[in-house]
Design a protein around this ligand. Structure first.
Ligand code: NAG
Ligand code: NAG
Ligand code: NAG
Ligand code: NAG
Ligand code: NAG
Ligand code: NAG
Length: 468
């Protein structure tokens, strides 16, 4: 059977005695699940959204047919597979390390998801003969019925790499929904060309893998293209980290030298009150960097989820009012005229701010734990960005003040090179995705090799070209 929300939905909507009993049973399971989640209040806070989703699932099950009609997707998702398992998958990390010390370590690392993808590499989980005889690289993109290309991956449509003929594909690209719209992660084995996930790439830009993507143990031989990959669990050379596309590009600032800018270090963005992940943006050390002169850290709590949280628990918004008056004093564009730009992770380790700061010729300063930076195989990030774990915020300013003009210049130059080459728009991003995918073959399929540019070390803007 292939994926079909229609089929599943129709089945769910015929109210036989059996299904009524089943609904009651599922409702009971949901309530038990919710109680368990509520009990572990910390987990519930971290995965507040999961809780909301569980509630949606439960209400879809217990409401009558007409209401269920309004949300066929939820109903379909609830009947798509084992509800108890799916609730578990959503509300707790999918796998836990066995020993206590490791558990403790994971618990203290923000953004670390204990996803354990199957052990795989290009050597053991890839069918090279699918690609060997083709003159050019071919990708077949498909997915569940709600398939729609993901953000900038839509630009693949206008490239020669996409094929509509599955039998001539080297890779199969499956995109997951961007937002938390589907309560149950789909089971990929029902995809028509799945073949155990061989030569498949599962793509997601979601905050957390477990919310929209299939449970890690179900992905078989497939590799992963995601913006939420972690140093401790990703499979180097097999999985690829992708960025969130920038929303605002201020390229007119690029020509300013790093030391000729209005500010030294800036950040303007949202605090996240309900998520363990974004909590460090409320960390006093973070805001202590602000000096009102050349360093500006302006945050706001004004955001939908935050506002709901503050309504329920006024104490949650400690410092929010002070933050708000500072936040209003500074404009985003003005703050982008800065030597360094802070890129603190938010609800997920990747941030829109990375590409945005780079568009202006600022040097990005990342704060995040365990984050696999985008297109790691292509980009030598250490030549551009500076990176700090969330526990080392106090080191940021002293470290940046010690950066020489020479080093600033070098970093800015390499950052701008990366931006132009791989990040500046949808076409550049898609071509970086394809280059990263091709890199997995190194030189073994010579027809896929292509010239990759590298920056010259001198001051000239020309790019030297090398073959890999
Ligand atoms: C839900 O499914 C029913 C039956 O298949 C269909 O008639 C109805 O239009 C669907 N509703 C939505 C919102 O898709
Ligand atoms: C549903 O999940 C439970 C718990 O993981 C498992 O014991 C049970 O066998 C599953 N049922 C089906 C039909 O997969
Ligand atoms: C690998 O691909 C070749 C060519 O498409 C095919 O004949 C073969 O059956 C595939 N092997 C596996 C294990 O799928
Ligand atoms: C699809 O590709 C296969 C393998 O290259 C080829 O034999 C077949 O004719 C193609 N089908 C169409 C409709 O182009
Ligand atoms: C990958 O596929 C091979 C057969 O094609 C299978 O033996 C192996 O178990 C699969 N690996 C995973 C992690 O599923
Ligand atoms: C950026 O800041 C510098 C230094 O304050 C100023 O001279 C320049 O005009 C600013 N540029 C823009 C585009 O705001």
């Amino acid at each position: 059977m292939t994926y079909s929300i229609d089929n599943i939905g129709t089945k769910a909507l015929i109210p036989t005695k059996g299904t009524v009993r089943l609904r009651l049973l599922l409702a009971l399971l949901c309530i038990v699940g919710l109680l368990l989640i509520a009990f572990y209040s910390e987990i519930a806070q971290v995965l507040r959204f999961s809780l909301l989703q569980s509630t949606i699932i439960c209400s879809s099950i217990t409401t009558d047919q007409s209401l269920a009609h309004q949300d066929n997707v939820s109903v379909a998702a609830c009947t798509c597979s084992n509800t108890s398992t799916d609730l578990l998958t959503l509300s707790s990390p999918s796998t836990q390390p066995d020993d206590e010390a490791a558990k403790q370590w994971f618990a203290n690392k923000f953004w670390h998801m204990e996803n354990t993808f199957p052990l795989c590499s290009m050597d053991s989980c890839f069918n090279f003969s699918r690609c060997a005889n083709m003159a050019n690289f071919r990708i077949y993109a498909y997915g569940p019925p709600y398939y729609e290309p993901l953000s900038y991956l839509a630009a693949l449509n206008s490239t020669p790499w996409l094929t509509t003929n599955a039998s001539e594909a080297c890779l199969f690209l499956v995109t997951m929904p961007t937002h938390h719209v589907r309560p149950c992660p789909p089971h990929p084995s029902t995809l028509p060309h799945w073949n155990g996930g061989l030569n498949h790439v599962i793509a997601t830009l979601a905050d957390r893998w477990s919310i929209t993507a299939p449970p890690p143990h179900t992905i078989g031989n497939a590799s992963v293209l995601a913006s939420c990959l972690y140093e401790t669990t990703h499979r180097p050379g097999f999985d690829i980290s992708i960025p969130l596309a920038g929303k605002t590009h201020l390229t007119h600032l690029q020509s300013l030298k790093p030391w000729d800018r209005k500010y030294f270090l800036t950040f303007r963005g949202t605090r996240y009150l309900g998520h363990k992940e974004g909590n460090f943006r409320s960390n006093p050390a973070m805001r202590a960097m602000h000096n009102g002169k050349d360093v500006v850290v302006a945050v706001t709590c004004n955001q939908v989820t935050n506002n709901e949280i503050r309504e329920q628990n006024p104490d949650a918004g400690k410092g929010c009012d002070e933050d708000e008056s500072r936040f209003k004093r500074y404009g985003f564009r003005e703050l982008m005229n800065s030597t360094f730009g802070l890129v603190p992770a938010g609800r997920s380790p990747s941030s829109y701010r990375l590409i945005e700061t780079m568009s202006t010729g600022s040097i990005p300063v990342l704060i995040s734990d365990n984050y696999v930076k985008p297109f790691e195989g292509l980009i030598q990030w250490h030549q551009c960005a500076l990176q700090f774990p969330t526990s080392e915020i106090a080191r940021i300013l002293p470290a940046l003040r010690a950066v020489s003009r020479e080093e600033m210049k070098r970093r800015q130059r390499y950052c701008l090179f990366i931006y132009e080459e791989y990040l500046k728009d949808d076409v550049a991003l898609v071509s970086a995705v394809v280059k990263s995918l091709k890199l997995r073959f190194y030189g073994m399929l010579p027809q896929f090799n292509e010239a990759l540019p590298i920056p010259l070390s001198g001051s000239s803007k020309e790019m030297k070209v090398s073959r890999f």
